[in-house]
Ligand binder design. Structure first.
Ligand code: SF4
Length: 266
């Protein structure tokens, strides 16, 4: 039974409760130890992180391999990320980054656990750095786009949860009032574009996060007894490695109901 949750499981559980994630897939990935085959974008990001820091993917899969052309040269997307590896090292010099650990697996506190890409001193200050390789580095509209992530009306919770989770662990684990958390985001489409985003979290939100972790573990325990439910959809099932043997797999589109009214309700 899980007594500590990673931010990935927490986000997957939220999606499961909203019926945006399949319970059978969630259970296989996070509780039965099944390694999900990474997407092409994930493979590229894993290779970039490995070349930048030497860190291996936290969910297994071994040393990431680059995609190459027949000539033996790196495929275009990988050649771009090779440039970004150089940018990473330049940034480390410019901001006086002294790396203390890569992929620390003992990073946990209370009911929370994580695997920070980098724990470092930045100009002497203990900090957490998470590396991202993204094609949405200037995108405002996607939930995964890096523009305007903390918009007060529509915060990008999928992104911000990681910052909150890691800051919460770090300040308790290291006994510090605040530990800075940075996303270092490197574009997969423009080899010179990158961003450093430091996320600050409102003090009151840590108590809410702690409460959500506790509720999530209680929910998880109940769901493990009741059995996780399948939430099939054409999109989810088409990329699911369980699909071949899954009796719930959706081979065609389901009916989506949308509600519209021209009347404004109060
Ligand atoms: S095939 Fe579909 S229903 Fe079955 S486990 Fe995968 S996502 Fe869930």
């Amino acid at each position: 039974m899980a007594n500590q949750l990673s931010q990935s499981v927490l986000k997957a559980l939220r999606d499961y409760i909203d019926k945006k994630e399949c319970g059978l897939k969630l259970k296989a990935q996070y509780f039965d130890g099944m390694i999900m085959p990474p997407s092409e974008a994930q493979k590229l990001g894993q290779w970039f992180e490995y070349k930048a820091t030497g860190g291996l993917p936290p969910y297994g899969g071994g040393v990431p391999q680059a995609k190459t052309l027949k000539s033996g040269k790196l495929a275009t997307s990988y050649a771009r990320m090779e440039e970004q590896v150089k940018n990473f090292h330049t940034l480390c010099k410019k901001y006086n980054v002294k790396i203390l650990s890569i992929g620390d697996e003992k990073f946990n506190y209370g009911q929370a656990k994580g695997t920070p890409d980098i724990v470092a001193e930045i100009d002497g200050e203990l900090s957490i750095i998470d590396l991202k390789a993204s094609g949405l580095i200037r995108d405002k509209w996607s939930d995964f786009g890096w523009e305007d992530i903390a918009n007060p009306y529509k915060p990008k919770v999928k992104i911000l949860t990681q910052a909150m989770h890691y800051k919460y662990i770090a300040q308790n684990l290291y006994g510090k009032e605040d530990v800075p958390f940075y996303f270092w985001v490197f574009s997969t489409t423009n080899p010179s574009d990158h961003r450093i985003i430091r996320v600050e979290i409102d003090e009151d939100d840590y108590a809410l996060h702690e409460r959500e972790l506790s509720d999530a573990i209680t929910f998880l325990e109940k769901e493990q007894k009741r059995g996780f439910k399948a939430h099939p959809s054409l999109q989810r099932c088409s990329g699911c490695p369980l699909a071949a043997k899954c009796p719930h797999a959706a081979p065609v589109a389901e009916v989506e109901v949308v509600y519209y009214s021209s009347q404004i309700t109060t």
